[in-house]
Design a protein around this ligand. Structure first.
Ligand code: FAD
Length: 416
């Protein structure tokens, strides 16, 4: 039998993970991306393997906070008002998904996806010979006062039912672990068994390099069209004018994936949830672990290149210019809990990335419903680093007819 071949659009964490798992399953693979591997959204995330984040980010408690957030142009969530009409169907669907019954079903699906996150990540990094990129270190969530801590009781209870238990620490205990923390911190929650990567871009590049060493090919080009014959995707038309004949196609195009799915007659609600980071190589702060702060979504992570402050959620479409004041706002937030944090200097970098967000906070993983030789892996929003390797494994299982360990129905492409 000839060796099967898969073409994968997108060399972010999801695309390279799919390529690597498909190679393990006996496929020859070709990755196509207009950017070098790991230079899309996967470049600049907070590095957390956030498998315990099973409660979706939009749920009834957060719904009540959203109007306040939207009033503040530099708040954690913003929409450029001129963009609202375009994003309205997404927001309406997100609202429906914030109803308690939907939140429970989405939580269950997210918990299932989390089951093998660490094992799948370790498999890929072990194959690539770079397990040092993955740091096994607990994480701390910090609270200014008792009200803030009490407000999250329900989320903690839900996590506990799925086996993720967080231990409460006093402010003093938090500072014993991280002396850089402000004396005003009232308490924290300690999450054992956590992981983060010390360089998200290098993580993707390392997996991509391994794929190439195993005989995979990477083409630097833009896919402009998927040409079909009946229910088969036949050819990719690239911007350079080159045509790529298809055996099987996997679409892992991050925040651009809906544009490709639309060419196959599939309607997906996908919005770019634009996040920002600031990296301070000279931060003046020594952290041993990643921290989050309950007053605003976001994380501070000690990485190889410096302290990375990451967060923010901006709805402005794919093409709008970045608003760098949002990256600067992250500094102001973390300065509150890290008083020795230095001012940004000439070595400081700022970045904006487009999270591929669905209105139910679940990715699309599975076969196309209109075309027989296409599979999807996109829509991972805030969780792509975490779920990327597992998505790659699931796609390879689907494409080889291997039974998967979880129910994949919540991730189907025709749910929108
Ligand atoms: C500030 C911030 C913090 C985050 N923190 C975390 C975290 O701590 N943990 C976590 O799990 N997740 C986190 N995330 C989310 C995570 O980074 C994303 O979910 C993930 O990177 C998405 O990966 P991807 O492979 O789907 O997309 P990308 O990395 O964007 O890859 C998609 C690729 O497809 C290419 N592409 C698309 N269309 C075409 C085309 N037509 N032709 C050629 N190429 C194409 C693009 O160029 C791109 O390189 C964070 C995100 C942000 C912005």
């Amino acid at each position: 039998m000839p060796q099967p071949h898969a073409t994968i659009i997108g060399a972010g964490i999801v695309g390279v993970s799919s390529a690597a798992f498909l190679q393990r399953a006996g496929y020859r693979v070709t990755l196509i991306d207009r950017l070098p591997p790991g230079e899309g959204c996967s470049f600049g995330n907070a590095g957390g393997l956030a498998f315990a984040e099973i409660v979706p980010p939009i749920h009834p408690r957060i719904l009540l906070k959203i109007p306040g957030w939207l009033m503040d142009p530099l708040g954690p969530l913003t929409i450029r008002w001129s963009y609202l009409p375009k994003a309205l169907p997404w927001f309406l669907a997100a609202g429906r998904n914030a109803l308690p019954a939907r939140v429970a079903a989405i939580t269950e699906a997210r918990a299932n996806l989390a089951l093998r996150v660490v094992a799948d990540f370790e498999t890929l990094l072990r194959d690539a010979g770079s397990t040092d990129l993955l740091k096994y270190e607990d994480t701390l969530r910090l609270y200014d006062n008792e009200q803030q801590f009490a407000a999250e009781a329900n989320e903690r209870a839900v996590k506990k039912t799925y086996g993720y238990e967080m231990k409460r620490l006093s402010g003093g205990e938090c500072r014993e672990l991280e002396p850089a923390l402000s004396p005003h911190i009232h308490c924290g929650t300690f999450h054992g068994g956590w992981y983060f990567v010390t360089d998200p871009e290098r993580t993707v590049k390392t997996i991509a390099e391994h794929v190439v060493r195993q005989g995979g090919e990477i083409i630097a080009d833009d896919v402009v069209r998927i040409a079909r014959e009946g229910t088969t995707a036949k050819t990719l038309v690239l911007k350079s004018g080159r045509n790529i004949a298809l055996d099987k196609l996997v679409i892992c195009g991050g925040a651009y994936s809906h544009l490709l799915a639309r060419q196959l007659g599939e309607k997906v609600l996908l919005e770019a949830e634009r996040g920002y980071h600031m990296v301070l190589p000279n931060s003046g702060v020594k952290l041993s672990r990643s921290i989050t702060y309950a007053s605003t979504p976001g994380a501070a992570t000690p990485m190889d290149m410096g302290l990375r402050l990451a967060g923010s959620d901006e709805f402005a479409g794919l093409e709008a210019e970045p608003n760098w004041a949002r990256a600067d706002a992250l500094w102001k937030i973390f300065k509150k809990i890290l008083p020795t944090l230095n001012e940004p200097d000439s070595a400081t970098t700022r970045w904006m990335g487009r999270r591929p967000g669905t209105p139910d906070s679940l990715p699309v993983i599975g076969p196309s419903k209109t075309v027989s030789n296409v599979w999807y892996g996109f829509g991972h929003s805030h969780m792509g680093l975490t779920w990327g390797p597992t998505t790659g494994r699931l796609i390879s299982e689907l494409m080889t007819g291997t039974r998967s360990n979880i129910d994949l129905a919540p991730f189907r492409v025709d749910r929108f």
